[in-house]
Design a protein around this ligand. Sequence first.
Ligand code: FEO
Ligand code: CA
Ligand code: CA
Ligand code: CA
Length: 588
Amino acid sequence: AVPMRGGPSTLTFPELRHQLAQTDAVAEGHESRLLIRWGDPVLPDAPAFDPRRQTAAAQARQFGYNNDYIAVLPMRPGAPITDRALLWANHEYTNTNLMFPGMGSPGEARARVTAQQVEIELMAHGGSIVEIEREGRSWKLAPPGRLNRRITAATPMRISGPAAGHPWMRTSADPEGRLVLGTLANCAGGLTPWGTILTCEENINFAFGGALNDAAQAESQRRFGMVDNPPYGWHRHVPRFNRSLDPNESNRFGWVVEVDPYDPQSVPVKRTALGRFKHEGAAHAMAPDGRMVIYMGDDQRFDYVYRFVTARPHDPASPDRNLLDDGTLSVARFDADGTMRWLPLVQGTGPLTPANGFHNQGDVVIQARRAADLLGATPMDRPEDVEANPVNGRVYVMLTNNANRTAEQVNPANPRAANTHGHVVELIPPGAPSQPDHAAETMRWGLFLRAGKPGVDPGTEYHRATSDQGWLSCPDNCAFDSKGRIWIATDGAGSTAGIADGVWVADTTGAGRALTRLFYQAPTGAEVCGPWILPDDSALFLAIQHPGQNSGSNFETPSTRWPDFAEGMPPRPSVIVITHAGGAAIGS
Ligand code: FEO
Ligand code: CA
Ligand code: CA
Ligand code: CA
């Protein structure tokens, strides 16, 4: 049957058909364009990309690996986007066996990786800022501009907030505990009203290894997932990543990092008041009284949804650049009666006392997970993006999956055992949709959709008109267009459902609510990150991460050579931009 043109959905594009292919696909009537790839120049003196002769010095000047969060910003804070803009991209992690020749499988690559390759990998992490410019209806990479910058795993960064100077934050290289080299595992992110970027450190435990000879920290580090032999081999080559040499360095990662894209000399700041866990993103909304509210997921099976509310309102006339250092971190509890309650993580209240190891707020934020355990937060199915819909005032929680949940462990907000495909929870703050109280102590909640294939996977829930192509698996990132429709990007559908990861889009209100429709499909092995929509809905930017990350795939014999398809060139994580061929809004 020909897929429906839209049914009750306000989205009228012809749906794609599920596939798993070497290249990507976008709905008919749209154009996709490559914007920037791993290895493309970021700084003016970047050498030409040659993956067989890569060096750390070259990589530090080129676009990094595994682009995740992206944002498109005006050339000046608060200005409208015209014919030129800044693109920020996170570089989350490295696929050693796809980046370098002769590495074999991922496991073999971990054993084989050399000190020189680790240096290259460190330079491939962090973030990039590049100028882009309009060309026709679409966008292209501009020649390196004044604001172009690479942030890496070695860029000096200031530590601020309650954990700054804490004894567990001090190292031999930084006895004050206030300056750290680099950011790691930057997954999703967010923006601030004053024009800075929030980039979020997620699976930082992969970087640290070796025996921990500090019994006082054993439980804290175990709760974060630190092990002696992690998936990277870095601790064998870089002393600060070896826990037996430096037990505290890992405490200096797992934070939300603020970067000022308008000052290439600025020192990024780790904002510790927002807590330390496996941060997915940090999307913000404003409370009616002007306080800034940041929603955050901790992406681990059975971990939690968090929120930070600033102590003071944001003043647009005179922004306080340290607003994120004071405020209240809370964790979510979902109750069966449809109430969700934000439980504050404040030292000295409830169980967060010296008897439980919490002597100050620094102890609480460094061990936010352990504090949240004691408060009775609701264990979720891997919280990824948590984003407020600016049109209907509701908040959407992407829960990617949790195959480990047993029947005994289901709870109202995570109702499926062996949840292979994930679901989306909707939070409803009190107040009118035009002025929701994102700082309220309690909200209502409900399920938006339960992913998987209807009629095949147990417990799926979509709009009843959802087509054979419209079901999805493993929701991860999301964005909203100007009409409040949700654009959901997935991560993992290849392994859970045998279909390409992609972008599905649905109305959030009206007759087409939760009628997801398939708009874009990634090449095999890739997840789709970003998504970023321009305010006038004229372009959708996507970060295509880890193309070719399939079992049996490596530098010599990758499962795809997307996007170049050139002999000898491995797949390259890239940012693309999609526009409507007729100049209409995306999704038309
Ligand atoms: Fe890096 Fe939670 O995905
Ligand atoms: Ca990712
Ligand atoms: Ca993610
Ligand atoms: Ca993910």
